[in-house]
Ligand binder design. Structure first.
Ligand SMILES: [Ca+2]
Ligand SMILES: [Ca+2]
Length: 229
């Protein structure tokens, strides 16, 4: 009987073409959501073991896993502007990887609105583990870890091609849309937050909240840092 109960755990996947929104809603049990771009436009969804195939024309991807110990893995090659993940209660695990578009050179191809840009993560209550790996041209990341002893890793890749941190300002003037913004609210609990950035041209707003917290911010891992603007 118990195995029957657990097999009932099934996320709901709805695509609203008029809104360009793909909404994935978990239930109170442990959901397993895996999302992967299969080409420049297609996003494939596997939820609780069921393959929903590929979706095209997504502008907003909204994932809500509700209670339970949920696992969410999102790996994208940058195809739409808005990603929102709410993990709800429970000790959840979230991996988000958003690569820069293939061959993207931020000096030649500034970020365009048709790529993954704004990312909002709300881990909710529970001891959550959130791992975020971003390409260098993302514009906005907001993470709220909520209550619980949470762990967050954020890594931003080195820019492909010309490095805006060391570019020639005369040829390649700094532009606001090349600088990402990162907001982190760690909430209550004993949290561990680690942020790795390739250069210092990101706006950072970090509130560790109450609890016995650890914050590590590593800017640049090579001596090229400080190459001037
Ligand atoms: Ca759930
Ligand atoms: Ca949670």
């Amino acid at each position: 009987m118990e195995s029957l109960e657990s097999r009932r755990c099934l996320a709901t996947v709805n695509f609203f073409p008029e809104l360009g929104m793909l909404a994935i809603d978990g239930d109170g049990a442990a959901n397993d959501i895996r999302i992967r771009s299969t080409s420049a436009d297609d996003v494939r969804v596997v939820a609780d073991g069921r393959d929903y195939g590929a979706f095209r024309g997504i502008e907003t991807l909204r994932i809500r896993t509700a209670g339970g110990r949920d696992f969410v893995d999102v790996s994208l090659g940058a195809t739409f502007p808005y990603l929102s993940v709410a993990l709800g209660q429970g000790d959840d695990r979230l991996n988000v990887t958003v690569a820069d578009p293939a061959g993207a050179d931020p000096a030649v191809d500034p970020p365009e609105p048709d790529r993954v840009g704004r990312i909002r993560i709300d881990a909710g209550a529970g001891d959550d583990f959130v791992d975020v790996n971003l390409g260098a041209t993302f514009p906005y990341l907001s993470v709220a870890l909520g209550q619980g002893d949470d762990r967050l890793n954020v890594t931003v890749a080195d820019p492909a091609g010309a490095d805006p941190a060391v570019g020639d300002p005369a040829v390649d003037p700094p532009e606001p849309d090349r600088v990402g913004r990162i907001r982190i609210d760690a909430g209550a609990g004993d949290d561990f937050v680690k942020v790795r950035l390739p250069h210092d041209r990101y706006f950072m707003d970090i509130d560790m909240g109450s609890g016995d917290d650890v914050l590590q911010v590593i800017v640049g891992d090579r001596s090229k840092l400080g190459g001037g603007r």
